[in-house]
Design a protein around this ligand. Structure first.
Ligand SMILES: Nc1nc2c(ncn2[C@@H]2O[C@H](COP(=O)(O)OP(=O)(O)OP(=O)(O)O)[C@@H](O)[C@H]2O)c(=O)[nH]1
Ligand SMILES: [Mg+2]
Length: 262
């Protein structure tokens, strides 16, 4: 049998992409965003001093994770490196992108700077191309207020199709609402309908051709539209990551005596 999604499972994701290491965690939550948007401030405010740091596998990029407890459940929070894009031009971008696709977090918080929202939304749209399980956290609301910038959180949420929460992480403001929104996405009680960028018809045509083939390979595990776009980009790094994921699935299956891991 060839390599298919049936030979690869979430156990594999955890092994090779280090999904999360907090024991007993109900959910794994990723924290993404442009550099300097307050991700680490938010991470520290949510987790306190309960953090574990190391490097991402094979990279000199710092990996920080910790936990918070909300309504009796443990959430494993992963602080991703700050990036402007997810096109894997740098080690940081590759780490963030691979984690969002192959690590399959239960929810992703994208932290944006309220004082330069437009630039930050570029990353939000890229994350929405990978996963629908997103909460946007509009941080630095204190700075925005000082600069007389008003943000209509409700209409932003309606346009993006995902929950949007305002916060001032440095003062701990908005954290409870953020945790509530994350909980709803992680346990599936809140459904999203993310804004998806549409490309030129020539590209959309190629996506329609590629997507079914990719679905055969990875099933519903990963976002095949996004994988198709990366293949059209000729993105070698994503092809390598995909091969690694498929090969690892077979290795684990063989080690488990041929049983398919769910
Ligand atoms: N005024 C204000 N400053 C904030 C807020 N949150 C974070 N900051 C400040 O913004 C700066 C950057 O915060 P970090 O938490 O390091 O940002 P980051 O996104 O982790 O940055 P990178 O890891 O470099 O990508 C620091 O000086 C924080 O004190 C906020 O809500 N309001
Ligand atoms: Mg940081």
């Amino acid at each position: 049998m060839g390599l298919t999604h049936q030979s690869c499972g979430s156990g594999v994701n955890r092994e090779i992409f280090q999904r999360g290491m907090v024991p007993g965690a109900a959910y794994v939550i990723a924290l993404a965003g442009n550099p300097n948007t307050g991700k680490s401030t938010l991470f520290n405010a949510l987790t306190g001093l309960n953090q574990h740091t190391g490097n991402w596998p094979g990279k000199t990029v710092l990996r920080a994770e910790g936990k918070f407890i909300f309504q009796g459940r443990v959430y494993n929070l992963i602080d991703l490196p700050g990036t402007y894009s997810l096109l894997a031009h740098s080690a940081e971008e590759q780490v963030a992108r691979d984690y969002l696709c192959f690590g399959k977090p239960d929810a992703t918080i994208v932290v944006v700077d309220a004082t330069c929202l437009e630039r930050n939304l570029n990353l939000v749209l890229q994350v929405l191309e990978i996963t629908a399980k997103v909460v946007v956290c509009v941080n630095l609301m204190d700075e925005a207020k000082r600069k007389n910038i008003e943000i209509n959180i409700e209409s932003l949420s309606a346009e993006l199709g995902v929950p949007v929460v305002a916060a001032t992480a440095r003062e701990g403001a908005g954290l409870a609402a953020l945790q509530q929104a994350v909980a709803g996405i992680a346990d599936g009680t809140v459904k999203t309908s993310p804004y998806i960028v549409k490309y030129d018809e020539a590209i959309e045509h190629c996506i329609r051709k590629l997507e079914p083939k990719l679905k055969e390979l990875v099933g519903e595990q990963f976002n095949s539209r996004w994988l198709a776009l990366r293949l059209l980009d000729g993105d070698e790094t994503v092809i390598r990551s995909l091969k690694k994921w498929l090969a690892e699935g077979t290795r684990v299956r063989a080690a488990a005596g041929g049983e398919i891991l769910a």
